[in-house]
Write a protein that binds this ligand. Structure first.
Ligand SMILES: [Zn+2]
Ligand SMILES: [Zn+2]
Length: 351
């Protein structure tokens, strides 16, 4: 079976909400960063008519929906392929998710855990609050700007990390990973995406002015990689469903591509003649053999139901078991004097 890999960023803003770069400029920044696709998700506005290829980058349009009247703020939902304006449904998260699904779309809970920054009243924590919802495809387990907000403990830290973000960015919040494992343990199928949440905003502090952060920089950081069984062919009508079906199937991992690109990561399992990619279900017929490959050496961990069952420092992990459950992979690398999250795969569900 042939497998094709593409990398993109599924969480980006433009001036249609509170971002700085227009769609064509977003695509240009994505091209410079080497992305294959980028998905614009403006707040509470679905922008029709701009999807397509901009040179070699496929630009798609989803929407980030929330209830602007809710206090405290919570429940940002990333919606794709609904092909309609659904923001008026925001006050009822379950009703919104149901309508997304009814329209053939799919969705993720955005930045499910956040930490406020005390340096500005605008930098509130916008976590997910309504955890009993069902019918969503997954979680945005790693949101770069969300993590950055959490680093701004005070004004000095804000300035420091505005200039040296890579010294602060570490990986998904522990609370998010714990919640993900908890939901998986309830039998839910929950895929992972990661995004930049790029806005390109310029911040001033005294005489200092800095764009935090440029789109192109963010597109080199936390991305979502997808696997498809056919190649993209450069036509919107063909490639949009291909990208969306890979996301929907959870054939995904979240990669922090800045230290070294995660391109080439693979995680699959076999049992007899059955084969599963990340995101798939694997029916056991005797032993199950997991294989993980990383493009560079890493601290690779295979987790079963949230607990590490195998760990290797290197580029290859192989693990044989008979145990059913939810398996996922985490990879870490040393970078800027710290152990940094590098790869977080969607799960394989062994039954
Ligand atoms: Zn948001
Ligand atoms: Zn956003």
């Amino acid at each position: 079976m042939s497998i094709y890999e593409y990398v993109g960023n599924p969480h980006v803003h433009t001036p249609y909400s509170d971002g700085e770069a227009l769609h064509a400029e977003v695509a240009q920044a994505a091209a410079k960063a080497g992305l294959d696709f980028v998905i614009v998700t403006d707040h509470n506005v679905w922008v029709d008519g701009v999807e397509g290829y901009y040179d070699k980058v496929l630009l798609l349009v989803g929407e980030e929906i929330h209830d602007v009247r809710r206090r405290p703020q919570a429940n940002h939902l990333l919606v794709y392929n609904a092909e309609a304006e659904l923001a008026p449904l925001a006050s009822d998260p379950q009703g919104l998710i149901d309508e997304v699904n009814r329209r053939g779309g799919f969705c993720y809970l955005a930045h499910p855990f956040e930490y406020r920054s005390p340096i500005s009243p605008d930098l509130v924590a916008i976590s997910w609050a309504d955890w009993d919802v069902t019918g969503y495809t997954g979680l945005e387990i790693w949101n770069y700007m969300s993590e950055f907000k959490g680093l701004m403990h005070n004004k000095l830290a804000a300035v420091y990390y505005a200039y040296f973000p890579a010294r602060g960015i570490r990986g998904p919040f522990r609370a998010t990973l714990r919640q993900w494992d908890e939901l998986l343990s309830q039998g839910k199928r929950i895929a992972a995406i990661g995004g930049s949440d790029a806005h390109g905003t310029t911040y001033s502090l005294g005489p200092l002015r800095r764009v935090v952060f440029p789109y192109e920089y963010l597109f080199r950081c936390v991305n979502t990689h997808i696997l498809t069984d056919r190649p993209l062919n450069g036509l919107l009508e063909h490639d949009k469903p291909l990208v969306y079906s890979a996301l929907r199937a959870g054939h995904t991992w979240v990669g922090y591509d800045l230290p070294v690109p995660t391109t080439g990561f693979r995680f699959h399992a076999r049992s007899g003649a059955n084969y599963a990619l990340m995101g798939d279900e694997l029916v056991r017929t005797g032993a199950v053999i997991f294989e993980v490959q990383t493009p560079h050496s890493a601290d690779i961990r295979l987790l079963l139901n949230g607990r590490v069952v195998a760990r290797v420092r290197g580029r290859h992990l192989k693990y044989t078991t008979a145990e059913p459950g939810v398996y996922r992979v985490e990879g870490y690398r040393n970078y800027h004097l710290g152990h940094r999250g590098w790869i977080f795969s969607s799960p394989i569900y062994v039954i």
